[in-house]
Design a protein around this ligand. Structure first.
Ligand code: URA
Length: 199
């Protein structure tokens, strides 16, 4: 089975989107453990991510770290990546052709990690796993498919622009440990749900 490091080497050589490949300083494949139980998927690298080659290291990333600490997790406990691995110039929205070209990398990451929970952050990762759905209707509501729990959340950057969303994002994050604990209980033939030891 391929490792994430081996996959990163492949992603780093990707030139499928000529404009993005020409403009990038770094490819930003993702960060975290091959065995993470939770994967957070954002939209695309911004300026700071492109400079450092790491996802969510700007302001939105600081808020994401705060959210993680509210459920006693650190970045290294989870896996963090984006739908698009290269920064769109001037932080424009990713184009459908770019999302399509990059999809194989995200799919491969998820195959390698095989997480129990996939948390979508914002509209682009929402669109991949919940096509046609609206974030205002389904945020904070988990959906189980096969053995994976999909959990839509607003993008952390949304809270930076709209104070009213901050409390919603915080509350949605706080639900994650209970969802995982319930899931563990449900898998034990009706056994009482237990507090899940995540790591
Ligand atoms: N926003 C994202 O969606 N991803 C990042 O990596 C940073 C900001």
């Amino acid at each position: 089975m391929q490792t994430l490091s081996e996959l990163y080497a492949q992603i780093s050589g990707c030139h499928a989107c000529a404009d993005l490949a020409r403009a990038r300083n770094h490819v930003v494949p993702g960060e975290g453990s091959d065995h993470a139980q939770i994967v957070f998927i954002g939209e695309a690298p911004g300026y700071h991510e492109d400079q450092q080659g790491r996802p969510f290291v700007g302001q939105a990333g600081q808020f994401l770290e705060l959210l993680l600490s509210s459920i006693k997790l650190k970045r290294s406990d989870v896996y963090i990546c984006n739908v698009i691995k290269c920064r769109p110039p001037n932080n424009r929205d990713p184009m459908p052709t770019e999302i399509q070209a990059c999809e194989k990398w995200l799919n491969r990451q998820l195959e390698i990690i095989s997480p129990r929970m996939i948390v979508t952050l914002g509209r682009y990762s929402l669109a991949k796993f919940f096509p046609g759905e609206s974030i205002s209707k389904i945020h904070g509501k988990e959906k189980r498919r096969d053995s994976v729990i999909y959990y839509p959340m607003y993008h952390p950057a949304a809270a930076l622009h709209q104070q009213s969303l901050r409390k919603i994002i915080e509350a949605d994050m706080l639900n994650i440990p209970d969802i995982l604990a319930r899931e563990q209980g449900a898998g034990e033939d009706g056994a009482k749900p237990q507090q899940l030891s995540l790591f």
